[in-house]
Design a binder for this molecule. Structure first.
Ligand code: NAX
Length: 326
């Protein structure tokens, strides 16, 4: 069995540092599938990257076949089967949201071009670095010879958070809470939707009322990341890495056929009338390593209004980086 080659950008950051160990220990493909890691960081961190490589070697992971390190995506994306695009510029003091979009947009434009030139044509690409939906849109536009269906951004963490909030509220075990749909942008406008969620054998909507969903659940899922920063002094890292591993498992066909997952995917041809040139989180179904948007899950009118607010935000983000879309 050939090794699966995976690239991770930003692997010395909070999320990336956790992610590489999850990956090397078999988190996506299992402990018996050999995996090669291509690790990317900014050039200034070359010595630290060598240190990370040594740490990974010291774990003697049976699945870890080879490690390459560097900072050039055109080189490090060579022949990869999957990519986790985690590295991004954080928002600096006094930095406008628009400036952050531009600074990160350029990174994801270049990485899209590098994927196009260097990666395998069947590569699966997960964008974690924020603003992840719009960064993903930029990357897929710049990778013209790779199908946009092979790109996704990350709202799996928001889905897991929503399930945890619901389990806590109802006193259920989280494993009894079936998927919660996440609509829209990975931002403070995201919309968790429990219309089709089951808690054991009961519909979630028979356990909590819509007023609680709008007044408590929605803000608590949206603000969970900010709350963690306040308490921990750092943003979510291991939970985000775990969610990224889980999302890549979805994208590479490791889930049961027809599983329901929420993934921000290219919106072209979507059955909900959402603008067709966005990366938007929809309820999706798994078919091997392909995802299709489930057309039968339109939420209540009250929630749909919220979904449209998230769409508006994504349109504004896209319009601010239009020059980076080709
Ligand atoms: P950190 O600032 O700790 O790490 C980012 C790393 O990326 C740094 O080590 C930096 O040197 C590197 N980097 C920057 N530009 C790069 C480039 N062009 N090539 C390679 N590496 C580069 O951030 P961290 O907390 O790890 O978060 C990473 C990104 O994930 C952020 O944009 C963050 O907002 C986003 N998140 C997204 C989540 C999601 O659910 N979609 C949740 C977790 C996380 O907050």
């Amino acid at each position: 069995m050939d090794a699966i080659r995976c690239a991770v950008t930003g692997c010395l950051g909070n999320v990336g540092y956790n992610l590489v160990f999850f990956l090397a220990s078999g988190g996506v493909f299992g402990p018996h599938q050999k995996i090669s890691l291509n690790l990317l960081e900014i050039p200034d961190l070359a010595p630290q990257l060598e240190g990370l490589k040594m740490e990974l070697e010291d774990c003697a992971f049976p699945a870890l076949h080879e490690i390459r390190v560097g900072s050039d995506p055109f080189d490090l994306f060579g022949d990869i089967d999957c990519a986790f695009l985690v590295g991004a510029r954080p928002r600096g003091p006094g930095m406008e949201r628009k400036e952050l979009l531009q600074a990160n947009g350029v990174i994801f434009q270049r990485q899209g071009q590098a994927l196009d030139r260097s990666a395998k044509k069947r590569v699966r690409v997960l964008v974690v670095g924020n603003p992840c939906n719009t960064n993903c849109l930029i990357a897929l536009h710049n990778a013209k010879t790779i199908s946009p269906d092979q790109f996704a951004a990350l709202t799996r963490l928001d889905e897991f958070r929503a399930r945890a909030v619901l389990a806590k509220k109802t006193g259920a075990d989280v494993s009894d809470v079936s998927p919660v749909v996440i609509w829209g942008n990975h931002s403070s406008t995201l919309v968790p939707d429990i219309q089709h969620t089951m808690i054991g054998k009961k519909a979630a909507l028979s356990c909590v009322d819509e007023a609680w969903i709008l007044s408590t659940m929605l803000p608590s899922v949206r603000k969970r990341g900010a709350e963690i920063i306040k308490l921990r002094g750092k943003s979510s890292s291991a939970s985000a890495a775990f969610a990224a591993v889980s999302a890549m498992a979805v994208m590479t066909g490791q889930l049961e056929e027809n599983s329901l997952v929420s993934m921000p995917v290219f919106s072209k041809g979507n059955p909900y009338g959402i603008d067709p040139n966005l990366v938007f989180s929809f309820p999706c179904r798994t078919h091997g390593d392909r995802l299709t948007i489930d057309p039968s899950m339109r939420p209540s009118d009250a929630l749909w209004k919220e979904v449209l607010v998230s769409e508006k935000e994504l349109i504004e983000e896209r319009d601010a980086v239009r020059h980076l879309l080709v």
